[in-house]
Design a protein around this ligand. Structure first.
Ligand code: MLT
Ligand code: MN
Ligand code: ZN
Length: 299
């Protein structure tokens, strides 16, 4: 199985268009110290030819341009992306669907909870009926988005997308709106969980023994955004478990057998984004890789 991290940042990317926080500033002025990153997406393949895109970020056009294995390679119109899977309905995971117009056939997979919010929004009809097939996938049932690649979706603690939040928001519920994907090919297993509010026993059991885990690295501490002075929201309020601190993912997953541990969906305020920072050294010493765009894994 081949895995390419197309975009390793959370919503907004790095630098974020309107942000002058220290990380966003360094990403503009000293990209060797803070590498710019595009928004959350990966691609997975069993054979290196046909690819499953997981989450369609607003930066998808740039991401496909930057990765030659995603370029069209036959006839006049073609794409190696045969299928697209969504793990939640956040803007950073669905807005790129608008770029996948132009009459290119593929299959779009998501749970009913996620697909309903796409279906309810007519702008997504640019993925024309009869060209793009939308398939609802139930939790726990396996499907084959590409020959030789099997995917199973499971609920993780999360919340509804920000743009669908009402007056009351339930955080940490395990529903169809925030899911993880277990991807299997050639006897190898990858767990992809870019959004997760909490690590619990269910999650630990489910991912035990995977060859690689790509996991929610939005915030280092629950109060990153507050410390950075850019907002009042905690990681918890955004539906994201911190790497460190109380209930941090690094400790919560320390006893679980996992081949390769990689943080993805990293918010631009996260101090681990600074190369050679003590925070980066700390998570690496704990066995984690901080993903950058273009990081690829061979499982
Ligand atoms: C998130 O992951 O919390 C969302 O992407 C936030 C957003 O929609 O900007
Ligand atoms: Mn997000
Ligand atoms: Zn910033």
């Amino acid at each position: 199985m081949r895995v390419v991290v197309l975009g390793s940042a959370a919503g907004g990317g790095l630098p974020q268009w309107n942000c002058r926080c220290p990380n966003c500033t360094l990403a503009r002025t000293e990209p060797a110290r803070v590498r710019p990153r595009t928004q959350s997406s990966i691609a997975v393949s069993a054979d290196g030819d046909d690819w499953l895109l997981i989450n369609a970020s607003p930066d998808i056009r740039q991401q496909l341009f930057d990765n030659p294995s995603m370029h069209p390679r036959e006839g006049l119109r073609h794409s190696p992306i045969r299928s697209v899977l969504l793990t939640n309905g956040d803007v950073d995971h669905v807005a790129g669907l608008l770029t996948l117009r132009e009459g290119q056939p593929f299959t779009l997979y998501a749970t009913s909870g996620i697909l309903e919010s796409v279906n309810a929004n007519r702008v997504f009809d640019v993925m024309a009926e009869g060209v793009v097939v939308r398939k609802t996938i139930g939790l726990g049932s396996s499907f084959e988005p590409l020959p030789g690649l099997t995917v199973t979706l499971f609920a993780v603690p999360g919340k509804v997308p920000l743009w669908l939040e009402g007056a009351q928001v339930e955080i940490g519920a395990e529903t169809e709106t925030t899911v993880g994907a277990m991807i299997e090919a050639g006897g190898k297993r990858l767990a992809y969980i870019p959004g997760c509010a909490q690590v619990n026993d269910d999650l630990r059991r489910r991912i035990a023994g995977v060859d690689a885990l790509l996991f929610d690295g939005t915030v280092l501490y629950d109060d990153d955004m507050i410390r950075a002075g850019v907002g009042t929201k905690t990681g918890w309020r955004m539906g994201h478990v911190p790497m460190r601190g109380e209930n941090g993912a690094i400790d919560a997953l320390a006893g679980v057998e996992i081949g390769r541990r990689v943080f993805v969906h990293i918010n631009n305020t996260n101090p681990v984004l600074v190369e050679e920072s003590p925070e980066r050294a700390d998570v690496e010493a704990a066995g984690w890789t901080v993903a950058h765009d273009g990081l690829s894994l061979e499982l």
